[in-house]
Design a protein around this ligand. Structure first.
Ligand code: ZN
Length: 315
């Protein structure tokens, strides 16, 4: 796949999202056929723009999630890899088509870093499998939690991440799957992601400079950043915003991993950040991604209704 042009005349062009229709060219990004991947106008907040991550309704298996998400009329689903374990990917793909549910992303790849080369090689192999899983179910993107290894400097971690991503890019291109670097909140910089800000994600993305690499913006991770508006604008201008994740940051958060809030439960200006990504040219789904032992403990059908309400009210 060709590199993105570095000329100033092209950096404002958005990367085209191509079809993921089942009967389309196996590599849809190489197809000249019109895109059927849904896109949305800035400001649109209809139900079809709402996608939910399977981790959000963790008690449900993939089949239940597809059935229930479809029943409430939302447009998309982002699928965590644990729910695909042991499943026939073509079968899942057909279920998604029958349910009229767009697979938005497979979550997650990444974790490229390691003390030794053998560890990093294993990570590359796992990312190749994640790309295959995305292609298998018709998802156009793999979200990357990039990784961080204690004892290695942040800069060396980021170099290893860049190397890992670059080693998977030919495979991603051939499969028609993009890789979305998700900057994580700095509280996870010890062992989950050395990429901790939008600026860092933009820097890495622009250094790699490839049509199949972009950024997933998650409000939970970036809301605090005083440079957020500028970096979202920069990301959009380069055509690099591939995904947008929403949830909330609770003031009384009991656990830094599994106590995220539903939109409206906390202090994040989700509407404001949504307006920024829309203004920057993002036209994809609003993906609800909530890890919460509190919400997982309740009736998931009732919870899904709350998710829809929270999206309507706070996004
Ligand atoms: Zn996320």
């Amino acid at each position: 796949m060709t590199k993105k042009s570095s000329s100033s005349t092209q950096i404002t062009m958005r990367k085209p999202f191509r079809t993921t229709a089942p009967d389309a060219c196996p590599n849809p990004l190489k197809s000249d056929s019109p895109s059927v991947f849904p896109t949305f106008a800035a400001g649109e907040r209809g139900l079809k723009r709402l996608a939910v991550h399977t981790i959000t309704t963790k008690p449900w298996d993939i089949h239940t999630a597809i059935t229930r998400f479809s029943a409430v009329g939302i447009g998309g689903i982002s699928i965590w890899r644990d729910t695909l374990s042991g499943k026939n990917l073509a079968g899942v793909r057909m279920e998604l088509i029958d349910a009229d549910l767009q697979p938005v992303a497979v979550v997650r790849g990444g974790f490229y870093t390691g003390i030794d080369r053998a560890t990093r090689d294993l990570a590359v192999d796992d990312n190749l499998r994640a790309i295959d899983e995305a292609a298998g179910i018709g998802a156009p993107m793999v979200v990357l939690v990039c990784g961080a290894t204690p004892g290695i400097s942040i800069c060396e971690n980021i170099e290893q991440i860049r190397d890992g991503i670059e080693r998977t890019l030919d495979h991603a291109s051939a499969a028609g799957v993009r890789l979305a670097i998700e900057p994580l909140h700095p509280m996870y910089a010890d062992c989950r992601s050395a990429v901790a800000t939008m600026k860092s994600a933009n820097d890495l993305c622009e250094a790699i400079d490839h049509s199949h690499v972009g950024v997933a913006v998650d409000v939970f991770h970036v809301w605090w950043d005083p440079d957020l508006e500028r970096e979202i604008s920069r990301c959009g201008a380069a055509g690099n915003i591939l995904g947008f994740h929403v949830c909330d940051w609770k003031l009384d958060m009991a656990d830094m991993l599994n106590d995220r809030g539903l939109m409206g439960e906390g202090i994040i200006d989700v509407k404001g950040i949504g307006a920024l990504v829309d203004r920057a040219g993002f036209d994809g789904f609003y993906e609800v991604e909530v890890f919460s032992t509190k919400w997982w403990a309740m009736d998931q059908d009732a919870y899904l209704k709350k998710i829809v309400e929270a999206y309507r009210e706070h996004c």
